[in-house]
Design a protein around this ligand. Structure first.
Ligand SMILES: Nc1nc2c(ncn2[C@@H]2O[C@H](COP(=O)(O)OP(=O)(O)OP(=O)(O)O)[C@@H](O)[C@H]2O)c(=O)[nH]1
Ligand SMILES: [Mg+2]
Length: 307
């Protein structure tokens, strides 16, 4: 039997992996960790991710396209419904599903139970990733593993810390081995499909999530209005923060403009680091009472208004 040279070359593989989980489980942290840079924003608040975000990881002949999704929860507002629809949409044609569970939480959350029920209904199997093991006791992990394993929907169980990276490589290796053979969907040096304009708006939204209290982050959205490139390599980026009411605008702007200044400075710093060049960021705050009902804003977010 003669072997052709091709038979020895590594097989090209590429596939989509949906990352599902309850709000705040650590989905975006995992996707960023896998990619090796920030493609999806992260905050200590629930419901940070609003639409599907791709994180592309190419290792040798294998390309993993990770789909970061909004956390799945019981939707009430139109925006919530669109977010949850985007999450399940991400799972429907994926080659593999990873369910992330925050092991640091007390017991198994209702949202996680809902996702498991959804997987059963669709007859799908998933890989379970118990996350945040850096802050959880071993006994608790074993109890959680036993309880979730009994559900019968998990092919594998990994214990990871998306934050420290512990266990993440093992998870990625198993995923890579299960991807279908085929050409890569994206150039090997690409890390996401989101245009820089929307990534830049997300960087500002992350700062607003981090710096504002309570419900306010859910009442706003950020859009990039213009992007100018200069000969010296710098960029001028103008963005609008839409809020629903004057009172919210007052809080976002802050005393004498202090809050928006801090948001601007932090976002600008991060953008400069991400793009490795000088950035001049300009932020405007506008009241648009019904932005969360406006189809135009949903298009900007990559969401389906009618979901
Ligand atoms: N200690 C610890 N914290 C983590 C870990 N992974 C994520 N976190 C934290 O958990 C919080 C939520 O992380 P995200 O990645 O935004 O969670 P998410 O699942 O994407 O949340 P949504 O987009 O809101 O659904 C952030 O404060 C993270 O820093 C981990 O492995 N260990
Ligand atoms: Mg997220």
């Amino acid at each position: 039997m003669s072997e052709t040279p091709e038979a020895n070359a590594p097989v090209s593989r590429c596939g989509f992996v949906a990352v599902l989980g309850a709000p705040n489980a650590g989905k975006s942290t995992l996707v960023n960790r896998a990619v090796g840079q920030k493609v999806s924003i992260v905050s200590p608040k629930v419901q940070t991710t609003r639409s599907r975000v791709l994180g592309i990881v190419t290792e040798g002949a294998t390309q993993l396209v990770l789909i970061d999704t909004p956390g799945i929860f019981a939707p009430r507002r139109r925006l919530d419904r669109a977010m949850v629809a985007a999450a399940w949409g991400g799972a429907s044609d994926a080659d593999a599903i990873v369910l992330i569970v925050d092991a640091a939480r007390k017991g198994i959350e209702d949202e996680t139970r809902n996702i498991i029920a959804g997987l059963k209904k669709q007859n799908r199997k998933a890989i379970l990733a118990l996350n945040k093991i850096d802050i959880v006791k071993r006994e608790k992990l074993l109890a959680l593993t036993a309880e979730l394993n009994a559900e019968g929907v998990f092919t594998d169980i990994f214990m990871i810390s998306a934050e420290t990276g512990d266990g993440v490589d093992d998870l990625l290796q198993v995923l890579a081995a299960r991807m279908p053979e085929g050409p890569h969907h994206f150039p090997d040096d690409q890390v996401t499909d989101a245009p820089m304009r929307s990534l830049a708006a997300e960087v500002t939204r992350e700062q607003l999530f981090r710096q504002l209290q309570q419900e306010l982050p859910y009442a706003l959205t950020v859009e990039t209005d213009s992007w100018e490139e200069f000969d010296d390599g710098s960029a001028k980026i103008q963005q609008t923060i839409f809020v629903e009411r004057d009172s919210q605008k007052a809080i976002v702007v802050g005393k004498g403009g202090s809050r928006v200044k801090e948001v601007r400075e932090a976002a600008q710093r991060e953008l400069q680091e991400m793009m490795d060049r000088k950035v001049h960021l300009f932020l405007f705050v506008k009241v648009r009472e019904n932005w969360a009902e406006d189809p135009e804003r949903y298009r900007a977010l990559g969401l389906d208004w009618k979901a």
